[in-house]
Design a protein around this ligand. Structure first.
Ligand code: PEP
Ligand code: MG
Length: 542
């Protein structure tokens, strides 16, 4: 028996088998192309993984959107089974062209033929062909979905990138364990969203644990127990029994108010990021969605989601939330949230680089498409739109002007939009917190993103485990910035919530309530335990 210690970032206990994440090797763009035989083999392998990816995406979309909306992925699969297209790529490779270029040129040829037809259905398929070709090329370059083998998996990796997490088939994963990563990393966010245990920062030794080894993951203690002894297994079962009892106690709080003993009510919302987000929020008994991370819809794919594709997802989430407030954050990419097609240049300091609202202000068409989809969906529920990474008043004014332009444009087209859509900003930079008195009059609400606020206030990379000692999320500077923002929001009659991971920290719930925070948004499986904490507090006692 051997125990590896790390940082538990999502609680719970489970027993399973270690499965290492297999990534296809990423080929350097500059890499020499192989012989035609080697390139053909690369192509065949990429084709097989693109087909199995599409099968999984089709299935997921069918569950999320229904058969007719998911149909497009069946069409994509058919394109990848088309003998003419495949034959053209292979011929080109046999003539000595590299696999990537051969796919591109076949796509151009066949796409051109489709676009030139008079049939509107067929000409619209040209962009689908580009999408599947992009997927094939991603598979060739190793930016494909990670491959998972087996069931009841303890998924083991050095670290998981957001673009990988969105493509994982998580239904077979019991727990995540990573060698690197920190509490603010996306492995942590993903695991707590799924309500499964996770430990990060277990060290490089983790990567040499034998595939298939039996192990216990104790997310509360931050321990991975390898080849557990019979005693350790008994202890684990006992703990699991206690967890079950706790779950029963918490489920008695479903539908109960999130009210302190002295009568102060707080809104408890959920953080989600997929088309199934509303179901997750409702099953966690959240009173609304406090953060819908829309960027997850943009990751793990090879082209931008279209306005219509986004509209369907937002509409579905809003309808399912049945009038409960649903805060959807606009695209927050850059830093660790990457996809090849976004064309983000590599930066020396990506966390301080072209990300979130900065990226959108430099590419207003992308934000405009998203805002059109959001405003069109707004009639289906109670939508609020949230803008990430604001640091200056001018940025906010530009964003608000774009919202006005989009509303005007939709009005002219005769589209219906909700009478009231609240607009808010993330307070996740010290700058935004400090000038929150200037920003508050311009918006309807603030939402504090503590993951980034901690990183930027304390100058600590949120993904760097080596900084744990220095990166204290309870640091007085962070808490003062939150309190300052709350005061400024309330002075203008606006509400303020917290949607970063700190919102779920029960040791701070009382502090946040005393600051006047109106809403806390956490992973769906954490809503009920936070409600239990809120209901145990008595703010009348000093
Ligand atoms: C945050 O920064 O606290 C936040 C909620 O946003 P993200 O974790 O997606 O950066
Ligand atoms: Mg953030």
């Amino acid at each position: 028996m051997k125990t590896l210690k790390g940082k538990g970032v999502s609680g719970g206990l489970t027993l399973g088998r270690i499965v290492h994440l297999v990534r296809e090797k990423k080929r350097e763009a500059s890499a020499e192309k192989g012989t035609p035989e080697q390139e053909l083999r690369r192509f065949e392998t990429a084709l097989a993984s693109a087909l199995s990816q599409l099968e999984a995406v089709h299935e997921r979309a069918r569950r999320a959107l229904g058969e007719s909306d998911a149909e497009i992925f069946a069409v994509h699969r058919m394109m990848l089974e088309d003998d003419d297209f495949l034959g053209a790529v292979k011929e080109e490779i046999k003539r000595g062209t590299g696999a990537e270029t051969a796919i591109e040129s076949a796509c151009e040829r066949f796409g051109g033929m489709l676009a030139a037809t008079d049939d509107p259905y067929l000409s619209a398929r040209a962009s689908d062909l580009r999408d599947v070709s992009g997927r094939l090329i991603s598979c060739l370059s190793g930016t494909a979905a990670p491959v998972l083998m087996g069931e009841n998996i303890i998924l083991c990796a050095d670290e998981l990138a957001p673009s990988e997490t969105v493509m994982l088939d998580t239904s077979r994963v019991l727990a995540f364990v990573t060698a690197r990563g920190s509490a603010g990393s996306h492995t942590a966010i993903l695991a707590s969203g799924l309500g499964i245990p996770a430990i990060v920062g277990l060290g490089e030794e983790l990567l040499s644990v034998a595939e298939g080894a039996v192990a216990i993951v104790d997310g509360d203690a931050g321990e991975l127990i390898l080849s557990p002894s019979p005693e350790a297994l008994d202890l684990a079962r006992e703990k699991a029994g206690k967890n079950e009892k706790r779950k029963e106690r918490l489920s008695a709080l479903r539908g109960k108010p999130s009210r302190t003993r002295d009568g102060r009510e707080i809104l408890l919302y959920a953080n989600v990021g997929t088309a199934e987000g509303a179901l997750e929020a409702l099953s966690g008994d959240a009173e609304g969605i406090g953060l819908f991370r829309s960027e997850l819809l943009y990751l793990g794919r090879s082209t931008y989601p279209s306005e219509q594709e986004q509209y369907r997802i937002y509409r579905r989430v809003l309808e399912e939330m049945g009038g409960r407030r649903t805060v959807i954050r606009t695209l927050d990419v850059g830093a660790d949230k990457q996809a090849d097609y976004l064309g983000l240049a590599s930066e020396e300091n990506p966390a301080l680089g072209l990300r979130a609202i900065r990226f959108c202000l430099l590419h207003p068409e992308i934000l405009r498409t998203q805002l059109r989809a959001l405003y069109r969906a707004s009639v289906c529920g109670t939508l609020a739109i949230l803008f990430p990474m604001i640091t200056s008043e001018w940025e906010l004014r530009e964003v608000l002007a774009l919202c006005d332009a989009v509303k005007r444009e939709l009005g002219e087209e005769g589209a219906r939009i909700a009478e009231r859509v609240e607009l808010g900003i993330m307070i996740e930079t010290p700058a935004a917190a400090i000038i929150s008195d200037r920003l508050a009059p311009l918006v309807d609400f603030f939402s504090v993103g503590t993951n980034d606020l901690v990183q930027y206030t304390l100058a600590c990379d949120r993904g760097n485990r080596a900084l744990d000692r220095f990166c204290d999320p309870h640091h007085e500077a962070v808490l003062r910035l939150i309190e300052h923002s709350a005061k400024n929001a309330h002075a203008e009659g606006k509400w303020i919530g917290i949607c970063g991971e700190l919102a779920a920290d029960p040791t701070l719930t009382e502090t946040f309530l005393r600051m006047g925070i109106d809403e806390l948004s956490v992973s769906p499986p954490l809503v009920l335990s936070l409600r239990e904490t809120v209901r145990s507090l008595d703010l009348s006692r000093k």
